[in-house]
Design a protein around this ligand. Structure first.
Ligand SMILES: *[C@@H]1O[C@H](CO)[C@@H](O)[C@H](O)[C@H]1NC(C)=O
Ligand SMILES: *[C@@H]1O[C@H](CO)[C@@H](O)[C@H](O)[C@H]1NC(C)=O
Ligand SMILES: *[C@@H]1O[C@H](CO)[C@@H](O)[C@H](O)[C@H]1NC(C)=O
Ligand SMILES: *[C@@H]1O[C@H](CO)[C@@H](O)[C@H](O)[C@H]1NC(C)=O
Ligand SMILES: *[C@@H]1O[C@H](CO)[C@@H](O)[C@H](O)[C@H]1NC(C)=O
Ligand SMILES: *[C@@H]1O[C@H](CO)[C@@H](O)[C@H](O)[C@H]1NC(C)=O
Length: 647
């Protein structure tokens, strides 16, 4: 057997095993439809839309089902519903629904939309639709090809669909069931799921109609009924997560078990054979210790990683953090917790324990780390390396004594340490760091999540931007979608929240919000149900217009003698936070503006400068050309990523 064949087989096995361990969130899009009407006022709809989606996200993540209603009785109330299919594990549910959350806004600013993924469902509308079981948008989707044994499969599929329908509406089934059936040498698998908002009567009504529709697809290899109150699918293959099906009364349970036992036995035998061949060829003999799976499938890659100075040993890092002692925890980032670690040579570093499992993407992940570690600038936190060979992936960063800007800015006693001059220095430093990321570094990087907690301060209060660059590596793993659109509400540019358009200008917007936070000392709350980040922007804009800016500047730093300078910075902040990305300056321009004085430049702000979502529609094609997608890694869930990256 030739070596490349080995590797291919191992790779395939690795994927199969990883998939089995992690479950399958089934994020393939089965269908999407948008309501015909458009919102009267896009910006008012956005006020409710974003928090409604957020509410829904947290409820679905927690319970597998959720509803939300924001903006009660207003003209632009947003009602939402989300449902994960019952076989998804909590993590898979999060992943699946995060995908819904990032794709459903495609319908915006229409007044409603629904999105069926194969593992979950999401819908929003401007009226309460929770009891609806059937509707004019109900549809079925059949695969183009027929089963190889059409006659036998047709019988099997009809039986499975009928079985699953009856099983799901039975009293104790809670609107969910899976079943398989065999006939004439063919086996069919089916799944039925009603939304949690329906009572048993309505669920039965929906599923029976859906079953008739799906049965119409027979003998196509796949049939899906995408109905107002339910989802039903049959297939030639076992597509659900088997773990959770035990106990949900399926006639094909034994069959499934045997298929599983068979495939695991088969896999085991294949592993044995390959291990033997590999051993014979000396692949495993080279090193004395038994190797982990990654080492095996990584082949030449693992050698490169092992020899790289960026590679840290998992055990060493674990010890250096005192076994991830909570006392050493520095903070919780969007992708994982950060710990302080003291290396054997006494050097202090920060270790980030990644919540996502990058095992399937070791090579690509490592490539990203290599790339990012070459990005060096005085205002960027240095990435020192990573560990990819342990049970979880770790990143190693430079350690800064002073922790994050957030801890200083919004703390009554610590914020006193941040004098006017220090704050100007921080504002300037962040601009320079971002300008470098956007335009000067070899790997052009969009940060995506600029906020106070992602700015660390060194012992001289110089800012260091952290958490940049790896968003792309995470994009290779669907897990990055756990936060929906990556980023923090309140700091996020409207075109990114609503349409998922991602350009450098989204960072400029976040930067503008951050600048205003730094000089007002007030948080842009991304709190659900309020106007989110706009509250601060609205306030600053109002005072700017009324020429009373001094009343909202942090009293700790304000003196009449610096009024002009303050005004200059407020203008820059507002300029960056304009709704239309085309109106925002580049970071290089911002650096230039910051260095100049108020009298040297005149800044013209369009009115109003912030969340006016209609302005987003005017985004020019040119703006979209500088999108991240150009250098993204391999596609995992193509549709979502291409959308996230701007279609
Ligand atoms: C929902 O929006 C449509 C289109 O704008 C409008 O005709 C309808 O009256 C709205 N429904 C409610 C309940 O506001
Ligand atoms: C979200 O979930 C919580 C806890 O289950 C529940 O109390 C709340 O009513 C839900 N919110 C909505 C809007 O359904
Ligand atoms: C599968 O079952 C095991 C043991 O019952 C459980 O720990 C695990 O969370 C389950 N996985 C899924 C995806 O439900
Ligand atoms: C079930 O829900 C439907 C729609 O909301 C309603 O019309 C019907 O009365 C309900 N049936 C029962 C038995 O509660
Ligand atoms: C699939 O089977 C149906 C019904 O037997 C037949 O009408 C159709 O042409 C077949 N399609 C293909 C692609 O073979
Ligand atoms: C499932 O289908 C088979 C074959 O058509 C039938 O014998 C069996 O009774 C059905 N089971 C249920 C639970 O409906």
């Amino acid at each position: 057997m030739a070596a490349p064949t080995h590797r291919l087989l191992l790779l395939a096995l690795a994927c199969a095993l990883c998939a089995a361990a992690a479950g399958d969130p089934r994020t393939a899009v089965a269908g999407q439809s948008c309501a015909p009407g458009s919102a009267v006022s896009g910006s008012v709809l956005a006020d409710n839309f974003v928090p409604a989606m957020d509410d829904l996200n947290s409820n679905v993540s927690a319970n597998g089902f959720g509803t939300s209603a924001v903006g009660a009785r207003g003209p632009n109330t947003v009602f939402g519903l989300g449902q994960c299919h019952r076989d998804l594990s909590p993590l898979d549910c999060k992943l699946c629904f995060a995908e819904v959350r990032s794709l459903l806004p495609k319908c915006y600013p229409r007044v409603g939309g629904r999105l069926f993924l194969d593992g979950c469902f999401g819908r929003y509308a401007n009226y309460s639709f929770l009891g609806e079981a059937l509707g004019p948008a109900d549809a079925r989707v059949c695969a183009p090809g027929n089963a190889s044994n059409p006659r036998g499969f047709a019988d099997a599929a009809r039986a499975a669909v009928a079985n699953v329908t009856e099983a799901a509406v039975r009293g104790d089934a809670d609107g969910y069931a899976v079943a398989s059936a065999s006939a004439g040498g063919a086996t069919a698998f089916a799944l039925a799921q009603c939304w949690g908002s329906l009572n048993a009567t309505a669920c039965g009504q929906c599923l029976r109609a859906a079953a008739r529709a799906a049965a119409g697809c027979v003998p196509a290899t796949e049939g899906r009924a995408l109905y107002t109150g339910c989802y039903l699918r049959y297939s030639t293959r076992l597509f659900w997560n088997v773990n959770a099906t035990a106990g949900s009364g399926s006639s094909g349970k034994n069959g499934v078990v045997w298929i599983l036992v068979g495939s695991f036995l088969g896999a085991f035998v294949v592993v044995l054979i390959i291990a033997f061949l590999a051993w014979k060829k000396g692949i495993l003999r080279r090193k004395k210790q038994s190797k982990s799976f990654i080492d095996m499938y990584g082949g030449g890659v693992s050698v490169r990683i092992a020899q790289s100075s960026l590679n840290f040993k998992y055990e060493e890092l674990r010890k250096a953090t005192n076994y991830f002692d909570p006392a050493n925890k520095l903070g919780q980032g969007s992708n994982g917790a950060v710990y302080k670690a003291v290396m054997p040579d006494g050097k202090e570093v920060a270790v980030k324990r990644l919540f996502l499992n990058t095992r399937e993407w070791v090579e690509q992940f490592f490539n990203e780390v290599e790339l990012i570690s070459q990005v060096r600038h005085k205002n960027l936190v240095k990435l020192l390396g990573c560990s990819v060979n342990g049970p979880e992936s770790l990143l190693v960063y430079e350690y800064y004594f002073n922790k994050s800007l957030e801890l200083f800015l919004f703390d009554a006693s610590r914020s006193r340490k941040l004098t006017w001059d220090l704050r100007v220095g921080i504002i300037q430093g962040i601009a320079e760091g971002l300008s470098y990321l956007h335009e000067e570094s070899e790997t052009r990087i969009i940060h995506r999540d600029i906020k106070a907690s992602n700015i660390l301060l060194d012992d001289k209060y110089k800012p260091k931007i952290t958490d940049f660059g790896l968003a792309r590596a995470f994009a290779a793993d669907v897990t990055h979608l756990t936060t929906g659109v990556a980023g923090t509400l309140g700091y996020m540019a409207p075109e990114y929240v609503v349409h998922g358009h991602l350009t450098e200008k989204a960072d400029v917007f976040s930067y503008g919000v951050l600048v205003l936070e730094i000089i007002t000392g007030k948080r842009c709350s991304g709190s659900i149900g309020s106007h989110g980040g706009q509250a601060l922007l609205t306030k600053v804009w109002k005072h700017y217009k009324d020429n009373t800016v001094e009343t909202i500047i942090d009293p700790i730093i304000y003196k009449d003698t610096i009024r002009d300078k303050v005004l200059h910075i407020v203008q820059i902040g507002l300029l960056c936070a304009q709704a239309n990305p085309g109106d925002r300056p580049t970071m290089t321009k911002v650096v230039e503006l910051l260095r100049s004085h108020k009298h040297d430049v005149e800044i013209v702000l369009s009115d109003p400068p912030f969340l006016n979502v209609e302005g987003v529609e005017d985004m020019k094609q040119g703006e979209q050309s500088r999108l991240l997608s150009a250098h993204s890694g391999p596609s995992v869930s193509g549709s979502s990523r291409s959308y996230l990256n701007g279609r």
